[in-house]
Design a protein around this ligand. Structure first.
Ligand code: ATP
Ligand code: IPE
Length: 285
């Protein structure tokens, strides 16, 4: 397959495009910013969005992430199956609304749900992914819009595949110039941002052995079934490690200049946001 020059992969975090604590409620203010940014990206990109208040509540209530096994009773399996169906329906509702808004803004966005072509093993190991469809869409000038989804899992019947894991697989295959996570806070802080002593960290370096060089303390919303910021740091490390530091990762507020600059140009605006980078001794001697 010929390589495709991909400017960026952008994650619209569930915390930024929805009101994460209000059931199935979108954050309309953030949408106009996000769509405007995508219009300004010169070149090809892929959007992956989270579920936020569309999907996480249902996934948690029905235990979809843990799936079931051969020992599970028929009732338990039926319960999880129902959860899978309602979670999928909810996140697809969000996807439909987002893709509609993108199309209305003149962007040829096309929805690609991982449930159809992606499979996992033991929750987070992706064993197959439909990259051919995404490649075809990119080659023909479309903008693929994927999302965290309910998928079939070899060991657990089914599970929740996080949008962050989808991004890892896409980054490894398409090697974009950068990966940008758009969230509801200005970047990564030393402490959860609600904490009065929290300070924004403009750059976070990982050592080549995976050790993070700046201390970051996180918390997770109780209904977030895919792990919150801690998993995002792990995702960032996986991307940096896999690409040997050639794909920088940014975390920015969806409603910021930093979001626009990182998506369009690959650097932050006035240090508002966080760049995650690989620390190599030779670069610093
Ligand atoms: P997901 O990662 O599940 O796809 P998302 O992309 O919307 O979702 P979250 O994982 O919810 O993003 O991460 C953003 C949230 O992390 C913020 O709302 C913030 O309150 C919380 N958070 C906790 N600790 C920190 C920290 N040290 N720095 C920045 N945000 C933090
Ligand atoms: C979660 O995906 C998918 C479902 C619950 C169906 P993400 O992990 O990418 O979602 P956010 O960003 O945390 O909302």
């Amino acid at each position: 397959m010929p390589p495709i020059e991909l400017e960026c992969i952008v994650k619209f975090g569930g915390s930024s495009i929805t009101k994460k604590d209000e059931f199935e409620t979108i954050n309309a203010d953030a949408w106009s910013f996000a769509i405007e940014i995508i219009r300004k990206v010169e070149g090809k990109c892929i959007i992956v969005h989270g579920a936020g208040s569309f999907g996480h509540f249902q996934a948690k209530e029905f235990g979809v992430s843990d799936g079931f096994d051969t020992e599970s009773s028929c009732e338990d399996k039926a319960y999880v199956r129902k959860g899978f169906a309602v979670t999928k329906l909810s996140v697809t509702k969000l996807n439909h609304r987002l893709v509609s808004a993108l199309v209305e803004a003149g962007i040829s966005a096309v929805s690609v749900s991982p449930c159809s072509g992606w499979r996992t093993e033991d929750k987070s190991k992706v064993t197959s992914s439909d990259l051919e469809t995404i490649t075809g869409l990119l080659e023909n000038g479309f903008l693929p819009v994927l999302h965290g989804d309910c998928v079939l899992d070899k060991t657990r019947g089914c599970t929740i595949l996080s949008g962050d894991t989808v991004i890892e697989v896409l980054a490894s295959h398409f090697k974009p110039k950068r990966v940008v996570f758009l969230t509801d806070v200005d970047g990564i802080y030393t402490l959860p941002p609600s904490h009065e002593d929290a300070t924004l960290i403009p750059e976070i370096y990982f050592r080549e052995d995976g050790e993070i060089m700046t201390a970051v303390t996180t918390d997770t919303k109780s209904h977030d079934v895919t792990g919150g910021l801690k998993i995002k740091l792990q995702t960032a490390w996986n991307i940096l490690n896999e690409s040997k530091g050639t794909i920088p990762v940014f975390v920015c507020n969806i409603c910021s200049k930093a979001a626009e600059y990182s998506c369009c140009h690959g650097y932050l605006y006035e240090e508002n946001g966080t760049a995650l980078l690989l620390y190599r001794n030779q670069d610093h001697t």
